[in-house]
Design a protein around this ligand. Structure first.
Ligand code: DUC
Ligand code: ZN
Ligand code: ZN
Length: 464
């Protein structure tokens, strides 16, 4: 007896398209076949729908202490939004406070998250200091706790930024222990200089956020960290998080052609929005780093997503309320004081499906690859997650390809009262999410309970 039986399925997976039935048993995909005869507790007819593996959002910041505030989505609100968007697993960033060691921070993230998560989740750890204690603990986290990826910042001077020798030593230690390094690639020294120059000239509006972080500083940092990592050897596994320029993707592609295991992640907002948003009256909502770029860059990113040069798409979900963005004042603060970050975990799927697949810029197979198969491999979650084959967790998103939705906070589930896609009309929407065999979201309603998600330990990252 099956727990769930999906009939008339049209599913896209890494391997291509499948048409038939999918049976779910004990939280796993039990059977896939032309016409499954076995009885089931619940049968769902999916005629006219599209099935994809549950998305893995490898880039979220729930309850993230940053820029003297804490993000507004905790693990409950944040993962409610995730499952509503078809995301069945997030990989969130542990952010050790200054001087805290990595293992204590890992424990406190598990304590915060375990009782609240609706989606399943894994963890990466930010490392802000290459102290001997931190470097020693990398091995413990990888081998014992399944934290296999680590984020190092080349920007945010005075808060998260690491210098080059610390980056070199930390990537070396991560590599020796079989982990993967994720890099925030922007030249923090020069950004800091440009910020000070603009403030001195009285240029404080949000658009100066973008002008203080020009494209070339992402490309420079990407090239620099790639050079540093290449000195360590070709067993380094590294990816550049939230890449916003085609040139930074090309830099990584060139290193990959030389045999290095370097990759890029991008986010839906770099694919769909432009820096013109930073001239709007509510520009503070669009402040994130790296900043939004020109339309020209959006085109380049779609091309590289289509060609296979971009490995994953994550949301960088890092949510601040309007009040937080304005620092609880009437006026918008100077650009450098606006907390950096935007919502996104719930809209990865409709944005990629509508602007990418429906407009013919990427295939369904590519969408599935960058939102589930590749993140599962990169974060060591494969083969438990990231595909629809028997034995894998029954993590599934069901899209109604014809559903027209005008995006607004009325249809979203984050703990804030705005969205950066407000008023944008899309066709194609997630209508049901199954996480380990349980229907956790259906037609606007989040059914999954707080704490029903599970921590998933990462294994060896596979990036080739
Ligand atoms: N960028 C953001 O916009 N927010 C959080 C951290 C980051 O790198
Ligand atoms: Zn970052
Ligand atoms: Zn981030």
């Amino acid at each position: 007896m099956l727990d769930l039986l999906f009939r008339n399925v049209r599913a896209y997976d890494k391997g291509g398209i499948f048409e038939g039935d999918i049976g779910v048993k004990d939280g796993k995909i039990g059977k896939i076949g032309g016409d499954i005869q076995e009885q089931a507790d619940k049968v769902v007819d999916l005629s006219g729908k599209i099935v994809v593996p549950g998305l893995i959002d490898g880039h979220t910041h729930m309850e993230f202490p940053f820029m003297s505030t804490v993000t507004a989505d905790d693990f409950y609100y944040g993962t409610r939004a995730s499952v509503a968007g078809g995301v069945t697993t997030i990989v969130d960033f542990i952010s050790p406070p200054p001087k805290s060691d990595l293992v204590s921070a890992y424990k406190s993230w598990r304590e915060k998250a375990d009782k609240k998560v609706v989606s399943d989740y894994g963890l990466h750890s930010i490392i802000r200091e290459a102290s001997s204690e931190n470097l020693e603990q990398i091995s413990y986290l990888i081998k014992n706790e399944g934290v296999v990826s680590f984020k190092l910042f080349m920007a945010y001077k005075g808060e998260l930024m690491m210098d080059d020798s610390s980056i070199y030593r930390t990537i070396k230690t991560i590599t020796e222990n079989g982990g993967v390094a994720g890099i925030h690639a922007e030249n923090g020294e020069l950004i800091d200089q440009l910020i000070r120059d603009f403030l001195r000239e009285g240029k404080t509006e949000p658009i100066y956020h973008a002008y203080s972080r020009p494209e070339i500083l992402e490309v420079e940092a990407t090239n620099r960290v790639s050079s540093i990592a290449s000195m360590i050897g070709n067993d380094v596994k590294m990816y550049i998080v939230h890449t916003s320029t085609g040139e930074a993707v090309d830099t990584i592609t060139n290193f990959r052609k030389k045999g290095f295991h370097f990759f890029n992640e991008t986010t839906p907002h770099y694919l769909t929005l432009s820096l013109e948003a930073l001239k709007r009256p509510d520009a503070e909502k669009y402040v994130m780093s790296p900043p939004l770029r020109t339309d020209d860059q959006r085109v380049k990113l779609w091309e590289r997503l289509s060609s296979g040069d971009i490995f994953t798409v994550g949301s960088d979900h890092c949510v601040y309320s309007e009040e937080q963005k304005k620092r609880f004042k009437e006026e918008v603060p100077p650009f450098n004081e606006i907390p950096n970050g935007v919502p996104g975990t719930e809209t990865i799927l409709p944005i990629l499906f509508y602007f990418g697949v429906k407009r013919g810029l990427i295939s369904m197979e590519r969408m599935v690859e960058v939102t589930s198969y590749n993140p599962a491999r990169l974060y060591g979650l494969y083969p438990k997650k990231g595909h629809l084959l028997p034995g894998a967790d029954a993590d599934i998103a069901i899209i109604d390809p014809g559903r027209k939705v005008k995006i607004s906070t009325d249809v979203l589930h984050s703990n804030i009262d705005y969205t950066i896609y407000d008023g944008i009309e899309v066709e194609g929407w997630n209508v049901m999410t199954i996480r380990r065999g349980e229907i956790v979201y259906e037609e606007g309603q989040v059914l999954g309970k707080a704490g029903s998600g599970q921590y998933v330990k990462g294994k060896t990252p596979i990036i080739t």
